[in-house]
Design a protein around this ligand. Structure first.
Ligand code: HEM
Ligand code: HEM
Length: 472
């Protein structure tokens, strides 16, 4: 702790708490829209309809939660790994204020119905420019600090952070290029199938460079830090890194299987998608081998289980994802809730677990205290794990049911076996189970937020009593 005064923790603290706040709001909205699916009368127009709230949920979690925590934890890791203070500490604090204002305006604009109608790129052009400005501020600090580093060795985490900064910038700018017709409306510069191709090139890489590379950066940093075990193979981590970033950018077309997109582009996308299993599992295996013979730490060290179960969901996710890309599987599960199950195993299992554990590691250190309650952290772990499993498994079963019902044809007449309404009402029991899973997850998240806030309160109390003792 001795030399901590040389580091810049204000922005780290601010982004940690901002992400927690926006994450909680967005998860509550997720819970609400999950109820709207089986209780449609809760759609209160025009502002509180599923269509508008869904975008607030996805953008709130991707930008408000994930990006805030990426800013926070990247600023923490980059200072530790370069052994120096952020190059522009004041810039990071300004970025924090602009970020929170932007997220608020973004949420209100989506509720008001302003949208570019492209998934994960809904925000209208003035806000997209805001996102770019915030990202440039982040890039300047990350690159500047790395260039001026005091530690020569570039640990793998720094490579993943560099990829995140460049990857997001490239795909975000290219996909959001649009022609404004008013302050609140713009049209994409691409048309038809080209627009869809660029959109899913972006969409898949948003997953790659928001929900994968920065989270792997955290995994590679915080797993060894919290267990005291060095990463199994630095070489394997580097090989997996370069092959991952090379392959990711070619795979977007797997979202457009059986669409008017030329067949050969779909095939190229699917081929690179299959290849992606190798670098993804390179990191999974590296994590498991890092544990070596020390699996007892799953019990004795409260953070280990978050990281190991988190990377296990990443491993499952990166087997399920490529499988979904195959034509034979896509024809059954595409457009069904199977994909929603896939999404939430990744986000609630891999992303939320890894980010949560990283915050448990960082918060006590930057506030110079201990975690408020390990028991509550354990409770948080089990609740989010059980909630996520109920959510994902119910959606996978439902997805197969939906796909099968849509395809069922009566052999005598050749007509569809089920009417549209028969198919919709058959979803209800599963959607109710999903709400149950979501509710359990939300309680887990509240326990987490409480634990974090109490840790900070405890730190402030300790400081106050230390100051009082010093004054005596
Ligand atoms: C090797 C890695 C992965 C591959 C190859 C992959 C593949 C796929 C495929 C093929 C789909 C489209 C399914 C369809 O619509 O029919 C999909 C959807 C999705 N995946 Fe993955 N996935 C991978 C990892 C991940 C991870 C780690 C996450 C997040 C944590 C994730 C989040 C998503 C999301 C959010 C969607 C839904 C996109 C949308 O339609 O809005 N994926 N994935
Ligand atoms: C209590 C927890 C949660 C609940 C109840 C919930 C609920 C939902 C619902 C109902 C949808 C719409 C599905 C549809 O269009 O049919 C959705 C979509 C989505 N959610 Fe969540 N969610 C939760 C947590 C999360 C978390 C933690 C994340 C990210 C960190 C997340 C990211 C997403 C994404 C990316 C989509 C779009 C999926 C797609 O279009 O394929 N959700 N969520």
């Amino acid at each position: 702790m001795a030399d901590d005064s040389v580091y810049e923790w204000r922005a780290v603290k601010g982004f940690c708490l901002s992400g927690l706040f926006w994450g909680a709001v967005s998860v509550l909205i997720g819970l609400f829209i999950s109820i709207q699916m089986w209780k449609p009368e809760l759609n209160i127009g025009p502002f509180l309809t599923f269509g508008r709230l869904r975008a607030v949920h996805t953008n709130g979690l991707a930008f408000g939660f994930a990006v805030a925590e990426i800013f926070a934890l990247s600023y923490y890791m980059v200072q530790r790994l370069t052994r120096r203070r952020l190059l522009f500490p004041k810039l990071a604090v300004v970025q924090l204020y602009i970020f929170n204002a932007a997220i608020l305006v973004a949420a209100l604009s989506l509720l008001a119905g302003f949208t570019k109608s492209k998934e994960y790129a809904e925000l209208e052009w003035p806000l997209s420019i805001g996102v770019v400005i915030l990202w440039v501020m982040f890039a300047v600090n990350i690159f500047g600090t790395i260039i001026k580093r005091k530690e020569e060795q570039m640990y793998i985490t720094l490579w993943y952070l560099i990829a995140t900064v460049i990857g997001v910038a490239v795909v975000y700018i290219v996909n959001n290029l649009s022609i404004p017709v008013s302050l609140t409306k713009s049209y994409s510069i691409y048309a038809g199938v080209n627009d869809a191709n660029v959109e899913w090139w972006y969409g898949h890489n948003a997953v790659g460079f928001v929900f994968t590379t920065p989270i792997l950066a955290m995994f590679y940093y915080f797993l060894p830090k919290s267990t005291g075990l060095p990463i199994f193979s630095h070489r394997l981590s580097i090989v997996a890194f370069w092959s991952l970033v090379f392959a990711y950018l070619w795979t977007g077309a797997h979202h457009l299987v059986y669409t008017p997109l030329p067949d050969w582009i779909q095939t190229v996308g699917i081929a690179f998608t299959m290849f992606l299993i190798a670098p993804s599992w390179g990191s999974v295996v590296n994590g498991y081998y890092t544990m070596g013979g020390n699996w007892d730490k799953m019990k004795s060290n409260y953070l280990t289980k978050f990281f190991i179960i988190g990377i296990t969901f990443y491993g499952l996710q990166t087997l399920q994802g490529p499988t979904q890309g195959l034509r034979v599987v896509s024809q059954l599960v595409h457009y069904t809730d199977w994909v929603i199950g896939h999404v939430h195993m990744g986000t609630m299992g891999w992303v939320a677990m890894t980010v949560g554990a990283s915050m448990y590691y960082v918060i006590p250190r930057i506030y110079d205290t201990e975690i408020y309650s390990i028991k509550l952290a354990d409770t948080h772990f089990w609740l989010v794990l059980i909630g996520q499993l109920i959510f994902s498994i119910s959606m996978w079963i439902l997805g197969i049911q939906q796909g099968s019902m849509w395809k069922a044809i009566s052999p005598d007449t050749g007509s569809l076996t089920y009417t549209f309404m028969e198919q919709v009402t058959a979803n209800y029991p599963y959607w109710k189970v999903r709400t149950l899973g979501g509710a359990i997850f939300t309680v887990g998240l509240c326990v987490f937020a409480f634990n974090i806030v109490m840790t900070i309160v405890q730190a402030k109390k300790n400081q106050a009593s230390a100051a009082a003792a010093g004054g005596r």
